[in-house]
Design a binder for this molecule. Structure first.
Ligand code: FAD
Length: 430
């Protein structure tokens, strides 16, 4: 009886309860704590949990985190990338070496290290993090909101941030339409342990530490090979319609990578993990609820770039904005302020990411033929290559627009003409 009473007890009142401590939840927690909010983060897993991810930290993500979170984040970068190599469906190769500017930030991390660091910073800033707490319900209680965890505990907050990732089931309760099938994609792949120094030597006639992107592996999306310190991160990402025949598609990808001399011929690699990603007609149609005093951010809001699949930028920038809006709503004692969140994220990164991103995705991911033509067009034009490099690096929040402008309108026709004679391999330095 005593135990039951204890289980049903509601916690003290928090200004903010954040559900999920991935990058979006942790950055929201760091921002909120620094703004003086009594903040609780509830995480279903534990500190140091892993997430299947390429771990590509763009220039934009590292810069944002260094400026708004902590310079310590750079310590989590395992490999500094010095360029990228794109393969077209027909095996054309675009090799781009980064100059000093693009090398300044960005690289590859292991998510268990990167996410743990952000959680630790959140705690050191004063946010309270509770691990092994799966939130299963959200209820309104007069002016406040009560969340219930799987172990029966209840936590009361004045505001909520949903940062529980792509599989969110809680937003629906607060009237946020869930991510539909057309807004979801899937990834599958592996982390293959390898003596990476030998591979860096093997690749050095092109670029020694590039990321590789292979188009044509799936009709929509791409395959990637990202080098880490002690392993290769290999995967394929596509929309849900094409999220099948995993084994066959993966083996085909590995063979293509071997023939392109990216992987040594003797490697036997199988996929062993898969995860969902917001992809396609994103973001989520609504990201706030005044009634439930709640904002959604990161994957739970669908903040993933529709061309590159980069989700960490939307997670960290979105998380910070959500916390700032909640601070304002508390200051004015007016939950209606939450409405401003959508204008804010749209202005700061959404228009570039989603309005222009979806236009490019529509052109590039139409079919294999469109991918081939698109890559040929980019390969033949130095300005296109430069803008693509800035887009892949998320150099700033107009990169998608700038890239779109370079490949659309009248330019499209001149690029098409120019691309007729593009060779099988082009090398650039940007
Ligand atoms: C295979 C793959 C490769 C990718 N590669 C890249 C890449 O290279 N670069 C890039 O920028 N993006 C990449 N992404 C996207 C990126 O991983 C996500 O966009 C990013 O993790 C989103 O962060 P988040 O904090 O919103 O969600 P998550 O990182 O998913 O964190 C959500 C957290 O919420 C917790 N949680 C869930 N439900 C509950 C609950 N009910 N109660 C309490 N806690 C809960 C989870 O345990 C988790 O810790 C990739 C995605 C995939 C699937």
């Amino acid at each position: 009886m005593l135990l039951l009473l204890k289980l049903n007890e509601v916690s003290d009142l928090y200004d903010l309860i954040i559900i999920g401590s991935g990058p979006a939840g942790s950055v929201a927690g760091i921002t909120a704590a620094r703004l003086g909010l009594k903040t609780l983060i509830l995480e279903k897993d534990k500190k140091g949990r892993d997430k299947f991810c390429g771990g590509g930290i763009t220039y934009g993500v590292e810069k944002f985190l260094r400026e708004h979170v902590s310079k310590e984040i750079s310590e989590t970068i395992e490999i500094r990338v010095d360029g990228f190599i794109i393969f077209s469906p027909k095996g054309r190769e675009l090799i781009v070496r980064f100059g000093e500017e693009l090398k300044e930030y960005g690289g590859l991390v292991r998510r268990l290290v990167f996410d743990k660091k952000l959680m630790e910073i959140a705690e050191s800033e004063g946010a309270e993090l509770k691990e092994k707490k799966t939130v299963v319900d959200i209820k309104k209680k007069k002016e406040d909101v009560v969340v219930r965890t799987l172990d029966g505990n209840k936590y009361k907050g004045r505001y909520i941030i949903l940062a529980n990732g792509v599989q969110d089931k809680l937003g629906k309760k607060a009237g946020l339409p869930p991510l539909r099938i057309e807004q979801l994609g899937g990834c599958w792949g592996t982390e293959y342990p390898y003596d990476m120094n030998s591979l860096f030597k093997f690749w050095s006639n092109r670029i020694s530490k590039p990321i590789f992107l292979f188009f044509g592996i799936v009709p929509v999306g791409y395959g990637w090979i990202f080098p880490k310190k002690q392993h290769l991160n290999i995967g394929i990402g596509t929309n849900l319609k094409n999220f099948r025949d995993h084994k066959k598609k993966f083996q085909n990808f590995i063979e293509i990578a071997k023939n392109a001399e990216v992987l040594p011929k003797n490697l036997k690699i199988n996929y062993d993990r898969a995860w969902l990603i917001p992809f396609g007609d994103i973001p989520r149609k609504k990201t706030y609820s005044i009634e439930y005093k709640l904002l959604a951010t990161g994957d739970a809001a669908g903040f993933v770039h529709p061309v590159t699949g980069e989700g960490l930028y939307g997670a960290v920038h979105g998380g910070a904005l959500a916390a700032k809006i909640i601070r304002k709503a508390l200051d004015y004692d007016d939950p209606k302020i939450l409405r401003e969140y959508e204008n804010l994220w749209w202005k700061e990164f959404g228009e570039d990411m989603f309005y222009y991103g979806k236009k490019i995705a529509k052109m590039l991911y139409r079919n294999r033929f469109a991918m081939e033509i698109g890559i040929k067009m980019i390969m033949c034009d130095k300005e296109c290559v430069k803008r693509l490099s800035y887009l892949i690096s998320h150099y700033n929040n107009t990169v998608t627009k700038k890239f779109y402008e370079q490949i659309s309108g009248l330019r499209l026709f001149s690029l098409m003409l120019k691309s007729i004679k593009v060779p099988m391999r082009m090398v650039y330095e940007v």
